[in-house]
Design a protein around this ligand. Structure first.
Ligand SMILES: [Mg+2]
Ligand SMILES: [Zn+2]
Length: 261
């Protein structure tokens, strides 16, 4: 899954304690739109998940918000890039909604609307609540030091010591790209019997697991005393949510075979 979820204020555009209320106030952080375009051209789907409580507080309207986002998409389209979805929580904190970060509601909406799984998906933010939301859905949190990032680093120093941290989105981009490649292609996930999502995606998990099973049986035959009669189960796992495209394909195949039967 090559998706990256970005917080908006303080990651893509300059943040302000007085809120970003208009198109004029929406000013990109140098290099951020370029980084988004590069991610897009590197095969990433781009989604934005942003708390916009200024709406609920009556500081600006949905038309103002749309104007800001038109400005952003216009500037991105110059570079041939586009954002697949802009998700925002419009509520003031006292409403007690489930979409305001640090709660995971907004990210879960991204997952459901884009039909993706958030396992290992990089989620870039400049606030501790962005990190918490990312962790809650199994994403890979990344902190940038633009916006409120430095503030978060001083208020949550111990917790953030374990989190990938970069000067800005431009600096985070390459790491995110490498991480996603490692996660999908190199990392052998225990939840899918130590194959990678890409191997599952290409249908290679069955021969790989069959090969391992044969290897274990042969080893047991050679040295019966070293092995219990119950060696590891290397049968493929059918349903897991690490790799949604694969799941969707498998679902279609299963549906078809069910219809044929
Ligand atoms: Mg922010
Ligand atoms: Zn909300």
């Amino acid at each position: 899954m090559k998706l990256i979820i970005l917080d908006r204020d303080g990651v893509i555009n300059q943040d302000s304690d007085a809120y970003i209320k208009s198109e004029e106030e929406w000013i990109p952080i140098p290099g951020s739109l370029d980084a988004m375009a590069r991610l897009y051209h590197g095969g990433f789907r781009l989604a934005i998940a942003s708390n916009q409580s200024g709406l609920g507080r009556g500081l600006f309207t949905i038309d103002d918000l749309n104007a800001m986002h038109r400005k952003m998409t216009r500037e991105l389209s110059v570079q041939g890039a586009q954002v697949e979805g802009i998700f925002f929580c419009p509520h003031a904190p006292e409403v007690g909604c489930s979409c305001r970060k640090p709660l995971p509601g907004l990210l879960l909406e991204v997952a459901s609307r884009l039909q993706v799984d958030l396992n290992g998906v990089p989620c870039v933010g400049d606030s501790w609540r962005d990190i918490e939301a990312a962790q809650a859905v199994g994403g890979m949190p990344i902190l940038v030091r633009t916006g409120k990032g430095d503030l978060a680093l001083s208020s949550h120093a111990e917790a953030l010591a374990r989190i990938a941290c970069f000067a800005d989105l431009a600096a985070a981009r390459e790491w995110a790209h490498r991480f996603v490649h490692w996660y999908n292609h190199d990392h052998r996930h225990s939840g899918i019997r130590y194959v990678s999502p890409a191997q599952r995606h290409e249908g290679l998990d069955r021969p790989i697991l069959a090969g391992r099973h044969a290897l274990y049986l042969a080893a047991r035959e050679r040295h019966p005393r070293r092995w219990s009669p119950h060696t590891r189960n290397w049968s493929p796992i059918e349903f897991v949510t690490l790799n949604p495209e694969r799941e969707a394909a498998a679902g279609n195949v299963l549906n078809k075979s069910a219809q044929a039967a």
